[in-house]
Design a protein around this ligand. Structure first.
Ligand code: GLN
Length: 262
């Protein structure tokens, strides 16, 4: 855990540096109005590959990270990206410590009451995964067992909605990597996670397998969020930039870079 924390801290520091570096792009766009000197604080998750994660070279990368960078470049705004964890990123937004959140955040009706979301940028739904090669293969096998979920996520909502029906208990985690590890060690027998993230993890050999999928009630796309009624300018830039990077092929290149088989 200590090691993980120091890696996370290093990642945050690195990102701050990277964001400072990117401010040199600013010169080109400084004519665009009063807000051009503002540096937005954007909060994100820690280990949520392929959307945000630290790669083998120790760089904090991912679809969300690259999309944000491409949009900021396109729209000419400065930002600092803080890798906090999902629940902490949402809390930072809520308390005004962050101007925006990009963290594979599902656009749910409940969240729309508190946050304004950008246009959707990636489709997702909740999946349940267990240890590959183990004997947990469906919801029926969860009876009387403990399952893992990440605090504040759709996966957690999904687990809560099913726990009485299938008779399992939920243990909560702050980050996906620790949650998967708990399933591998067998403290919990399954975890609730976003399907694109779980599928990517499996393709990278995380030792898990998908046993159930919730495509009906827990199918929601990701969006960039700001606090309701706040940072409308940032939200508009995100939407305008997203449209541009979709049109010029940058968006597809970013997604392909992280999802095509290596
Ligand atoms: N998409 C899920 C949610 O918004 C999980 C996000 C995450 O874990 N970063 O709740």
């Amino acid at each position: 855990m200590k090691k993980f924390l120091s890696i996370a801290l290093a990642a945050v520091m690195m990102l701050s540096l990277a964001a400072c570096g990117s401010s040199s792009n600013k010169a080109e766009s400084s004519t665009e109005g009063s807000s051009s000197d503002k540096k937005y604080v954007i909060a994100t998750d820690t280990t949520f590959a392929p959307f945000e994660f630290t790669n083998d070279n120790g760089e904090f990368v991912g679809i969300d990270v690259d999309i944000l960078a491409a949009i900021a470049k396109d729209q000419g705004f400065k930002y600092e990206l803080n890798s906090l964890g999902f629940d902490a990123a949402v809390a930072a937004l809520e308390s005004g410590q962050a101007d925006g959140t990009i963290a594979g955040m599902s656009i749910t009706d409940e969240r729309k009451e508190k946050y304004d979301f950008s246009e959707a940028y990636y489709d997702s739904y909740v999946a349940v995964a267990a240890k590959d090669g183990g004997d947990v293969n469906s919801y029926a096998d969860l009876n009387g067992k403990k399952v893992a979920a990440k605090t504040g996520t759709q996966g957690a909502d999904c687990a809560e909605s099913l726990k009485d029906k299938y008779g399992f208990e939920i243990t909560y985690f702050d980050d996906s990597a620790t949650m998967y590890q708990d399933v591998l060690t067998g403290n919990t027998v399954a975890c609730f996670e976003d399907q694109p993230v779980m599928a990517y993890g499996i393709s990278q050999g995380n030792g898990l397998k998908i046993i159930e999928e919730e495509k009906d009630d827990f199918s929601t796309p990701y969006g960039f969020a700001v606090l309701k009624g706040k940072n409308a300018e940032l939200l508009k830039m995100f939407n305008d930039g997203l449209k541009n990077i979709k049109e010029d092929g940058t968006y597809d290149e970013i997604v392909a870079k992280y999802t095509e088989a290596k």
